[in-house]
Design a protein around this ligand. Structure first.
Ligand code: NAD
Length: 456
């Protein structure tokens, strides 16, 4: 394994140094090949996602394949504009010079992906990395082995390993990769491994993007449209059986509307998945036994208001809404990352804001209110990677918005132009004329020069 990794990295270094990734035509070609491969492999990808996560065909198309396709198409259309050399003004003190910013690729990129959207999160960052003129190594998650294998097949059949390579595996393979000096590491995963990645990167001063998780709150104010809020929160939470980094982790609800909200969210769950979600083709499964057991433990001593049903063999946990949850309970101590939604009561907007600001900065925050002043107050007084008003998770599907965390939920961002910027260096260049040379910059300085400098 070590030799394979070493040899791929050497090949990518040589390929990059020969300038093979630089011209726009070859970047565009690579993106077009990626688009075509996506189309060709769609049946295999959806089959793999079904096996790994019980993901329905529709959900796989909506949350994994369509998102990646949209991003490739948008990038093909726009990357040459983003990659243009930009002329900028020059200060008068540099009279006779011109200034430009030249976007240049970083070089070799390592992308480490998680298992929850195993296709999307492995391939999405490849798009801006290629558009910016880099080579890429993808390390998909070993916990979604079927999808990992399809990604490996799709890439190796369509690209030379000098351009893009896939290294499958887990901790050993990732640790080996992290021993090498990349030019950027793009990591999506949990906080613990994020720290390992950042520490390893620091040995080579490699810059990192960390797309992490956390507990993203949904705040439902008393002036919210309860029916729509409940429906959107239920959808955002129970899609992919709650295994979404930006899923609402818990709800802070105004006491006066709690009963209505609980009634509506129960109705929404039934309308999505029927009376028995286990039979629904649209409801997913927990990725593995370890996560299943972790989630079952979180359910202990809780008060579900929906039917509590778990099946370890099928790794099934019903969409579960919890009422009267203590802030001290285990379910409020860690990112849930499963189909369990604690609902906590607050008495005012200030109490909700206080609750959020006293905790680590989340990846997302959702506020539901029909009053713009109230939703703006929540947005202005809290910090989160991203946010939605009267909706949840949809912000990540816009390529006009940067997607990333803040504080403990991550650093850096991508999607659209922001991804291109993540994988580029913006080189500042001053070009000076040699037609004249202002002597004043050179010593010895005349006596009056000091006075002039003070005035300037
Ligand atoms: P993880 O951190 O356990 O694993 C992510 C990747 O790191 C995998 O490829 C894995 O092989 C590798 N890895 C695991 N242990 C390692 C180690 N000791 N050394 C080196 N590499 C190691 O994350 P996960 O369980 O796959 O995903 C869940 C987490 O990811 C959640 O916290 C979730 O919020 C977060 N997430 C964030 C986003 C986002 O875009 N911000 C998206 C999806 C998931």
């Amino acid at each position: 394994m070590s030799n394979t990794i070493h040899s791929i990295i050497q090949k990518q270094t040589a390929f990059y140094q020969k300038g093979c990734t630089i011209d726009f035509k070859s970047r565009k070609q690579r993106l077009e090949i990626l688009l075509k491969s996506l189309e060709d492999y769609t049946p295999e990808i959806t089959r793999a996602l079904k096996k790994d996560l019980g993901k329905s065909h529709e959900e796989a198309l909506m949350t994994e394949i369509r998102e990646v396709r949209k991003e490739i198409e948008y990038t093909i259309k726009n990357f040459q504009k983003w990659a243009k050399i930009k002329k900028v003004p020059t200060p008068v003190t540099l009279f006779g010079s011109k200034s430009r910013i030249i976007p240049e690729p970083l070089g070799k990129i390592l992308i480490i992906a998680p298992w929850n959207y195993p296709f999307n999160l492995s391939v999405m960052p490849v798009i801006p990395a290629l558009a910016a003129g880099n080579t890429v190594i993808i390390k998909p998650s070993e916990l979604a082995p079927e999808t990992s294998s399809v990604i490996c097949d799709m890439i190796s059949k369509n690209f030379s390993s000098e351009e893009i390579a896939v290294i499958e595996g887990g901790v050993d393979e990732t640790s080996e990769l992290l021993n090498h000096p990349f030019d950027h590491i793009f990591f999506t995963g949990g906080e613990t491994v994020g720290k390992i990645v950042m520490k390893a990167a620091s040995a080579n001063l490699t810059p990192v993007t960390l797309e992490l998780g956390g507990k993203s709150p949904a705040i439902v104010l008393k002036d919210a449209n309860i029916k729509t809020s409940a429906k959107r929160i239920a959808w955002a939470k129970f899609t992919n059986a709650g295994q979404t980094c930006v899923a609402p982790d818990y709800v802070l609800i105004d006491r006066s509307v709690k009963d209505d909200f609980l009634k509506e969210i129960k109705k929404s769950v039934v309308s999505f998945y029927g009376e028995n979600p286990k039979e629904s083709p649209f409801y997913g499964r927990i990725i593995n036994d370890r996560h299943f057991e972790r989630l079952e433990k979180l359910l202990k001593n809780q008060k579900p208001v929906t039917k509590l049903e778990t099946d370890s063999k099928a790794r099934y946990i019903a969409p579960t809404v919890l009422d009267e949850v203590s802030t001290e309970s285990p379910v409020m101590q860690e990112e849930i990352f499963g189909p369990v939604l604690p609902v906590l009561t607050v008495d005012s907007i200030n109490e909700a804001i206080d609750f959020v600001t006293k905790r680590p900065k989340p990846l997302a925050l959702y506020v539901f209110s029909e009053n713009k002043k109230n939703s703006s107050e929540v947005l202005l007084k809290t910090s989160s990677g991203g946010a939605c008003v009267n909706d949840a998770i949809v912000h990540l599907s816009s390529h006009h918005l940067p997607f990333g965390g803040v504080g403990i939920s991550g650093m850096g961002a991508y999607h659209g132009r922001f991804g291109f910027e993540t994988f580029s260096h913006f080189k500042s260049v001053v070009s000076s004329t040699t037609k004249f040379d202002i002597p004043l910059r050179y010593p010895p300085f005349p006596k009056w020069f000091k006075k002039l400098m003070n005035i300037l």
